[in-house]
Ligand binder design. Sequence first.
Ligand SMILES: Cc1cc2nc3c(=O)[nH]c(=O)nc-3n(C[C@H](O)[C@H](O)[C@H](O)COP(=O)(O)OP(=O)(O)OC[C@H]3O[C@@H](n4cnc5c(N)ncnc54)[C@H](O)[C@@H]3O)c2cc1C
Length: 491
Amino acid sequence: MAQQVDLAVVGGGVAGLAAALEAVQGQAGRPSPWRVALLEASPQVGGKVLTVWEQGYLLEGGPDSFVTSKPGVLEMARRLGLEAELLPQGSSGSFIWSRGRLHPLPPGLLNLVPTRLLPVVTSRLFSWRGKLRMALDAVIPPRWGEADESLEAFVVRRLGREALERLAEPLVAGIHAGDPATMSVRASFPRFVELEQAYGGLVRAAFVLRRQNRRRRRPRPEGEPGPRRTFFMSFRGGLGQLVQAMADTLPPGTVRVGTRVERVDREADGYRLLLAGGDSLTARGVILATPAAEAARLLRPLDPAAADLVASVPQVSTATITLAFRRDAFPRPLQGSGFLVPAVEGRKIMGATYLSRKWPRPQPEEDVELIRCFVGGVQQPRLVEADDEDLVAAAREELRAMLGVTAPPLFARVFRWPQGMHQYTVGHLERMDRLEAALGRLPRLALAGAPYRGVGLPACIESGLQAARQVLAELDREAGRPLPSPSTADR
Ligand SMILES: Cc1cc2nc3c(=O)[nH]c(=O)nc-3n(C[C@H](O)[C@H](O)[C@H](O)COP(=O)(O)OP(=O)(O)OC[C@H]3O[C@@H](n4cnc5c(N)ncnc54)[C@H](O)[C@@H]3O)c2cc1C
């Protein structure tokens, strides 16, 4: 007989783990009444979060950090008692490879929104023509209305093509590995649209915000800490520490790794999940927390229209290549936390992070630098298919050209993420609204994770929590109880 649970969560990335945690931890200090199963196809939980040790050095195969401006990860760390393990970013400051040299990314360009104008004016990253065109933003009228547009259309309209090619494109490639010509500005950079509508343009917004910040600043009494500047954080034990703690907090037996869900069918009182190997599981509620293509495949027999909307979220492949070098292999000292490479430069890497500078963790030998290069994305998807040796050779060639390092690496490690990055293309938010309406036809079924309303770790965690709350509220309502109480299903 098929095993029964109240809630089956499919996918054990951060979104699925957050959903399962929310479901088992209960509310208002009450123990949860729900039986939960988290089904994960691969041998370990974490999904894209993959922390590994190589010769005693901590490497991140996927994400290496999270933004602190969104609460998802910080609140989860608090919930798990991991606050003391949070690791603020060490060296900061990014560079952009342009016309044969590294240029500092003008400070104040937090998430592409200029909050300080002088560094942009004095930057050698842009030509005078480009700077003058950017300044025209102050007089270009805003575009009103709700219609979405591409990031490229927005940036070129407001700041000109040079700002797109030298700044917006590499920053976007670094976060989404995406193409600004197809990416939705409303879904990926909603702040841009907000600033344009509130202040009439980005340059005007920069003036007003700067003035407001100055007014708010008051002299601090001696000893009082200054404003929190950390923008990115990680954990001492890498991001793997977070997902491990999430999994360890779930009751024994909840997480089932190596368990791929082949199919989900509707039954009278819920859903039947067919597992690889022939077993099945029945669940009253289901959360699909897999990448888009897999969620669409599982949804298709249940609601083809909803499946089409999920399948409309494109995914692109990327790879990271981490190389370890002795510090003295670099002819010039490394500065900042890494650099980005605009597509117009025609190079093989999209950027590089100086991992051991960005995240000051103890390591077996202090004079070793870990450099992590990104390849692939929309610009060069085929590169990800190259074998490890060729990828390492490509990364070395680029680091030789950009940082002058010619020595062979002490070791190198490649991580591939086929179809690993979701792209929010023009019209994404409107399609997500339609998807949510369509899901109303499927009782106690929700979606969570990177394909929908935020690809970053905080947003994915938040989406998992939200999906669990939604399905549990339906279960509660059906059980006729406003507060959680033990399930009537046999246990
Ligand atoms: C190289 C790289 C770097 C990144 N850097 C950052 C960063 O620095 N900061 C940041 O915030 N974000 C970053 N991201 C994005 C972020 O890592 C992801 O968006 C996020 O981890 C996705 O989490 P998720 O739970 O939605 O999905 P995933 O992590 O993709 O997890 C989905 C899980 O579902 C499982 N699964 C799939 N199909 C089935 C099935 N049929 N049955 C059972 N299980 C199934 C998969 O095995 C997987 O474990 C990066 C992504 C990549 C690829």
